[in-house]
Design a protein around this ligand. Sequence first.
Ligand code: WTA
Length: 655
Amino acid sequence: MSNDAATVHPVPEATMQGAHVFGMAAHQALVAEAEADYGGYWARLAREFVTWKTPFTKSLDDSNAPFFKWFEDGTLNVSYNCLDRNVERGLGGKVAIVFEADDGQVTRVTYSDLLARTCRLANALKARGVKKGDRVVIYMAMSIEGVVAMQACARIGATHSVVFGGFSAQSLRDRIEGAGAVMVITADEQVRGGKQLPLKAIVDDAIALGGCESVKDVIVYRRTGGKTGWHPSRDHWMHDETEGQPEVCEPEWVGAEHPLFLLYTSGSTGKPKGVQHSTGGYLLHAALTTKWTFDIRDDDVFWCTADIGWVTGHTYIAYGPLALGATEVVFEGVPTYPDAGRFWKMIQDHKVSVFYTAPTAIRSLIKLADASDAVHPKSYDLSSLRILGSVGEPINPAAWEWYHRNVGGGRCPIVDTFWQTETGGHMITPLPGATPLVPGSCTLPFPGIAAAIVDETGNDVPNGQGGILVVKKPWPSMIRTIWGEADRFKSSYFPPELKGYYLAGDGAIRDPGNGYFTITGRIDDVLNVSGHRMGTMEIESALVSCTDLVAEAAVVGRPDDTTGEAICAFVVLKGERPTGAAAKKIATELRNWVGREIGPIAKPKEIRFGDNLPKTRSGKIMRRLLRSLAKDEEITQDTSTLENPAVLAQLAEKN
Ligand code: WTA
């Protein structure tokens, strides 16, 4: 591919005047500064963006690679940086969060309010004995209280592990046990699309599954007043706990490397990884990327539509915007309720100026807007928008153009931000005042990020030739380890053949002309469904754990117009291979089973049955063939090494 002139969208210089990074020369100067003095570059920014209690004296410590340390002898507190610091700067009365509930009710919280609420909860957690270094699981939906819970943990030095509210009791249990959490913070229920869905009941189920003995207390935010079970010695209402607690709470000053949070994400084995992030380096990159990538200014209204259960909601809701003293929208509901114009109406109502969402959401809203003018962006006043963003999966050029024209009125740059749970913040992204855009390309590395494309031996590949995406130098917000699994951390991200480079797990290609990066997708067994990361092995383990029915299962992804990828499972049952109505019934049963084991997001879109899976004579499942079958492609691969070629016809059959 080549970025011919026709596809390039130049920087709209008139509207981007005054951008924090304005013009390609400024971008290149930052890249050059980082190249000339890597440690010095990050140290300069760490002093500019972070307020330290004790200043650090060294920048990068790479003496125990790949366990890198940044700003190690500095001390700080993230909640101080996000809250007190803004109040001290005179922003106490500024709105920090505009919260819109599922039913449209709006609540505004100023920086002073947010600080007071965070301190009261922080004091309540301390009163229950939560200490620096303890892990607290947060299982909540989008809410002010969710952000307050994260900030309160940060304030007292407790390490939070947020679990997405769509995960099942089993997944929650695994994450509670993995983290050894002393407390779970949850809500009675969550409200999405007009429906009340349980949260506390799932916490109860998770704990009842066993292995969560570390949990002493469960704090429950009353969202709906819906009925929940109650264990008086363990469960406490959040409003009772915070009542009477002082609105001041001295921050716990922690070292820069103190773990701010764990966030479990999928890898290529069946077991999710507890990605551990630092305090100082993470906060630096959260604040820095929010400022440069979104060009945040004092009067901006920023809206990131992600959930706090994912890393995007951590960096670009709970931390980055608050560290800058920005005003942000937090939304409880879904983009299609009460109708598919919800996003556009909210942008209009709250005069959102910077909007950050996922390609899946855009693609599904395009279909609905095409069907009805009433929910088309053109029916709303979106003139407040200045900058648009995309995250989580590749955005196809057609969706990009639609987003640019219909949402951005042709005048707003789109920042297509490539990054990962492990990277803490943006890695490859345009800067809106500097980078000419090409739809489908995340363009150039963020200044200071040494992203590159290499072959299997770690050697650079020429532009125009695809390869493995790596980062050659450690950066401040990188994953520090996999919680409790240091060896797995090393082998997953720093395989010996790649010269010590960080392995992202994605393939990529650079344009021969301008060197722009395009991400070509995961090169491991990780799927990306609607921007949610899922391991094929995780879903396979869930299927085979249905021991009454399933003998064997293999899961692959196939391209999907709306969700990016869709999950397709090939299953061998213990009994006979079902067909017709029986097959449909068992497929539904298995989909629900996976929903219960992992969460509804992991339910396979399609399940097909065979007497066996296609295997080589040595017993290896030939996944290439399964991928072709899932796409309904004709099999052109060599099948001569197959033990059981007859199953291919069975597995090609849809139910
Ligand atoms: C994919 C989400 C293309 C990629 C922040 C990555 C992307 C995985 C983009 C991480 C993008 C994320 N273009 N692909 N702009 N952003 N990805 O950990 O495959 O949930 O490895 O972090 O999403 O997903 P995660």
